[in-house]
Design a protein around this ligand. Structure first.
Ligand code: GLU
Length: 489
């Protein structure tokens, strides 16, 4: 099957996570069939589109690794092509020039409203009310232009819009890849404006022409565009073009089932980068947000490409679940290559203060052993605090308790043994502690708490032998000495 998909965001703000999910699904579907994934920036609305928003969209897609297979198409650059298509449709007789002005249209709507209000008046006879309602209905119904069957212009230079002749009657049916069979009666479709009086194309025309010109075979987008499909298909048909397959994705809701809004969590995709999520974690989570394959929760990108299908997309809205995102992200942090993870951690480590080269080396050494200590890079960066705190360490309440007179005596006994440890490795440090315990008759439960308190101040940390290994001899001895001195003083 030949597959070309596209993501077509309007650059009017950030790329929200619903958009990122749409982009991902288009990307996966194209890759699944060895096809192409394209990007079109729909900047026809000059007033609301900004270069900053375009840059933000590209940044987010780049972060997620959703690289399009060709340079992005800027829709506004195609305006003359859009206009040419509209004029060709006029020549073919599938579109027409309409001389009804915007003011006349407004007057028609106003009159419709008036009649609707008038129909509610008290004391009206049933027939009178019915006829007012019928008139209101006709005036407020999707507009069918009096010029749809041609006619000579009111004056030679009268301004006109170009409108598509809407289908005349019957049901219009779309077989949607997600929603199934969707039906709309032709009377619900208006004679759609294709070109405004200033010859600029409307959005509805631009989308269709661009999708055709880009060779798009499958349109996968949010279900807020489902109804537009019924207005867009007649444009393809009027030009004799192949109609792509359409699939409309249900919205994303908050965890309370309400429409997604700011209070449900960050909406901008790149905010998740700043919160410390990995792109592959984000992608794997977005994939499951509205798509499933059995009960598998976590997919690598290769698996996703192999398995993604439109049939696995749920028909009902998905719910954003930040806890689940955390679980998925934690998995990808554990799986991540250590060097890459170390690089990704830098900005988050820097947020807690500058890292000198010695501490940085400690972090690098400890990283492989601490990867399961955070669902985000923010949490993970915090897990290295015990390596970074400056001497003398401030002790937590529990740590203070552990540094009792007894505790100090044990530390005092252990320190010279540690100093005598010939090679400084986790194994030899461990051995020194075991030997000391055996010689003195102490258990690990007796030496562990004061030692942990001295080394970490009570901050979360893993086993003590590796902790001492990462801290290095001098820092280890220094931290223990600090306690011995304070205790003695
Ligand atoms: N530009 C539209 C939007 O951002 C998408 C149009 C489409 O996918 O057909 O909602």
């Amino acid at each position: 099957m030949r597959v070309v998909t596209r993501f077509a965001p309007s650059p009017t703000g950030m790329l929200h996570i619903g958009g990122a999910r749409t982009a991902l699904f288009n990307y996966l579907f194209a890759k699944r069939f060895g096809g192409r994934f394209l990007l079109r920036i729909e900047d026809t609305d000059h007033e609301r589109s900004t270069p900053e928003a375009t840059a933000a969209i590209l940044d987010a897609m780049n972060w997620l690794g959703l690289t399009p297979d060709e340079l992005p198409v800027m829709q506004s650059k195609q305006a003359s092509r859009h206009a040419a298509v509209a004029h060709e449709m006029v020549a073919r007789g599938t579109a027409f020039r309409c001389y009804v002005s915007a003011d006349e249209l407004q007057a028609r709507r106003d009159l419709g409203e008036e009649k609707r209000v008038a129909a509610r008046a008290e004391g009206l006879g049933e027939t009178e009310r019915a006829s007012l309602l019928a008139e209101a209905g006709a005036l407020l119904a999707p507009f069918r232009s009096p010029w749809r069957n041609g006619g000579s212009p009111p004056s030679p230079d009268a301004p006109y819009t170009v409108r598509l002749r809407a289908p005349d009657g019957g049901d219009r049916i779309v077989e949607d890849g997600v929603q199934g069979t969707v039906k709309v009666h032709a009377s619900e479709i208006d004679d759609l404006v294709l070109l405004r009086t200033d010859n600029t194309p409307t959005y509805m025309l631009a989308v269709v022409v661009d999708d055709h010109d880009m060779g798009v075979t499958h349109v996968i987008r949010g279900d807020d565009h489902l109804r537009n499909t019924f207005r867009q298909i007649p444009i393809y048909q009027a030009m004799g073009w192949d109609v792509p397959e359409f699939s409309h994705l249900p919205m994303i809701h908050g965890n309370d089932g309400a429409k997604l809004s700011k209070r449900h969590g960050a909406l901008s995709t790149t905010v998740y980068r700043d919160l410390g999520y990995l792109p592959e974690g984000m992608k794997a989570y977005l994939l499951r947000l509205g798509w499933s394959h059995g009960d598998q929760e976590i997919f690598t990108e290769d698996e996703a490409i192999r398995l993604f299908d439109l049939g696995g997309i749920n028909k009902s809205p998905a719910r954003l679940d930040l806890e689940k995102l955390g679980t998925v992200n934690a998995h990808f942090i554990r799986e991540a290559d250590n060097d890459r993870l170390f690089d990704l951690l830098q900005p988050f480590l820097a947020q807690e203060g500058p890292l000198d080269p010695v501490t940085s080396a400690r972090v690098r050494q400890a990283l492989p052993f601490l990867k399961d200590r955070g669902a985000t890079l923010v949490e993970l960066a915090a897990a290295f605090r015990f390596l970074r705190v400056a001497r003398p360490l401030e002790l937590s309440k529990n740590a203070k308790k552990a540094i009792s007179a007894e505790g100090l005596a044990r530390l005092g006994g252990l320190l010279p043994e540690l100093r005598n440890t010939a090679t400084w490795t986790t194994a030899s440090i461990s051995e020194t502690i075991t030997t000391y315990c055996t010689a003195t008759g102490l258990s690990m439960g007796q030496i562990g708490p004061p030692l942990r308190a001295a080394l970490t101040g009570g901050l979360p940390a893993p086993d003590l032998a590796p902790v001492m290994d990462w801290l290095g001899r001098d820092e280890t001895f220094g931290r223990i000495e600090d306690q011995l001195q304070t205790g003695a003083g």
